[in-house]
Design a binder for this molecule. Structure first.
Ligand SMILES: Cc1ncc(COP(=O)(O)O)c(C=O)c1O
Length: 380
């Protein structure tokens, strides 16, 4: 039996480590761990990669979202639209900023928010929408930006899963007022722990976020002078060194993810599993390779018996999580249905074609196995 892990972070570290080890150890021995040239240089590289003017390194993707909202002046009494199909951090950041999350349903084909589902939940109190490029995929940004512009609301990209993904040739991070990235270890660009960044082309917003993330120190120069009550959410130098090192590999790793996804798509055709569609002009970076299947939990267990680790993103729709139920004021049928069917298959740059083939054979076996009794979903 072949073992197929869900991901393999150590393989990425092994590839990048030779190119960073001297700088990493020098920094470790220098005793200078907060801020400094490694952080500044990664911020410049990351902004340039995303096609934006500024990047501000922060402690994680959740802080990136909360800081962006606060820096845009969003707080008590304001509403922020978030898709119902997302990780809890998207909506939690809105609550932590003091505002109200308004959940929007998602497309049955892409599982992402659409101009129509966004329009449905905009009210006079709406100040922003957080567009989540879930799984590594941007959809109809042209339409979403137009709806937001008409309504006079900010667009914040939650690009935690979409490093390098594009809409019509523009990278995630270059489309909204601000874009929030997570560099959690398992992300396409991942640190040796928690890390994140806000990317924007608005200088005043970048300054404000940098100040808020550094205990309200304006300009970050005077250590004990604080213009605002901020927080402590900074990117560490050691993480920045690793992220710069990994950035040199990111495009190759993304191409590998795309090749593996193409192979999955070929092999899964005709199995009855439902795949998300990627209509142009989007390019998907396959942070996750997600299929939909009824009887998902049995299918996942069948894969586990065959040595394959699959994930579920996410088993409970965001608005059904206990602390967020108070904001769930209308049914969100697509997200609610999908949550019971989503299955994330193994996907990582160092995965082999043999492993993809083994996963697909195993899936066929499990689906044929009467003990699993999955009720297949028709692809539309
Ligand atoms: C869509 C999405 N938004 C936000 C976050 C939060 O990022 P972090 O874990 O770095 O706080 C994540 C990370 O899991 C995510 O996947």
């Amino acid at each position: 039996m072949m073992a197929v892990p869900f991901t393999d972070l150590a393989a990425m570290t092994g590839e990048v480590w030779p190119s960073i080890q001297t700088e990493y150890l020098d920094c470790l021995l220098s005793g200078k761990y907060i801020g400094g040239p490694a952080v500044t240089s990664f911020e410049h590289e990351w902004a340039a990669y995303c096609g934006a003017d500024y990047a501000v390194g922060v402690a994680n993707g959740t802080d990136a979202l909360e800081l962006s909202l606060t820096a845009l002046g969003i707080g008590p009494g304001d509403e922020v639209v978030v898709p119902a199909n997302t990780f809890i951090a998207t909506a939690a950041a809105v609550v932590r900023a003091g505002a109200i999350p308004r959940f929007a349903d998602v497309s049955d084909d892409t599982l992402l928010i659409t101009p129509a589902t966004l329009s449905e939940v905009i009210t006079p109190r709406t100040r922003a929408v957080i567009v989540v490029h879930l799984f590594g995929h941007l959809q109809d940004m042209t339409g979403l930006l137009a709806v937001a512009a008409d309504a006079g609301i900010y667009v914040i990209e939650d690009a935690a899963q979409a490093h390098g993904a594009e809409w019509d040739g523009r990278r995630a991070g270059s489309l909204g007022d601000a874009a929030c990235f997570s560099f959690y270890p398992g992300k396409n660009l991942g640190a040796f722990g928690d890390a994140g960044a806000v990317v924007t082309s608005r200088p005043e917003l970048a300054d404000r976020i940098r100040t808020l993330a550094n205990h309200g120190r304006e300009g970050g120069v005077l250590h004990y002078e604080h213009a605002y009550v901020g927080t402590n959410s900074r990117l560490d130098a050691l993480q920045a060194i690793l992220l710069s090192g990994k950035l040199a590999f990111l495009d190759a790793w993304t191409q590998r993810r795309i090749a593996l996804a193409t192979r999955y798509r070929e092999l899964l055709e005709g199995t009855g599993l439902r795949l998300t569609s990627v209509p142009p002009p989007a390019s998907h970076v396959y942070h996750l390779f997600v299929v939909r299947v009824a009887g998902r939990d049995q299918v996942r267990a069948g894969l586990a018996r065959r040595g394959i680790q699959a994930g579920v993103h996410y088993p409970v729709p965001c608005h059904w999580q206990p602390p967020l139920r108070q904001f769930a004021d209308h049914p969100l049928p697509v997200a609610e249905q999908a949550a019971g069917e989503l299955l994330s298959l193994p996907m990582f740059p160092h995965m082999t074609e043999d492993q993809v083939e083994y996963v697909c054979e195993a899936l066929n076996d499990v689906l044929a196995d009467s003990s699993a009794e999955p009720e297949l979903i028709d692809a539309q």
